[in-house]
Write a protein that binds this ligand. Structure first.
Ligand SMILES: [Zn+2]
Length: 65
């Protein structure tokens, strides 16, 4: 996802709550940046934060069953 797209998503989404269903790598003029962004609201995440959320979801999924 392009950096500019992320900024646009952020503007359009505003302050609504989001559970960040999907992450995409953010790149800028062809070069990958380290950050990930939510494809729904455009919030920024570091790789560590992204992994943490995914781990948390795995655990939550296990708790449900
Ligand atoms: Zn989000």
């Amino acid at each position: 996802m392009e950096y500019n797209t992320v900024q646009k998503l952020k503007e359009e989404w505003g302050n609504k709550p989001c559970d960040h269903p999907r992450f995409e790598k953010v790149y800028y003029t062809g070069a990958f940046l380290i950050n990930y962004a939510c494809t729904q609201c455009g919030a920024d995440f570091t790789i560590a934060q992204k992994l943490e959320i995914e781990e948390l979801r795995k655990k939550q999924r296990h708790r449900v069953f």
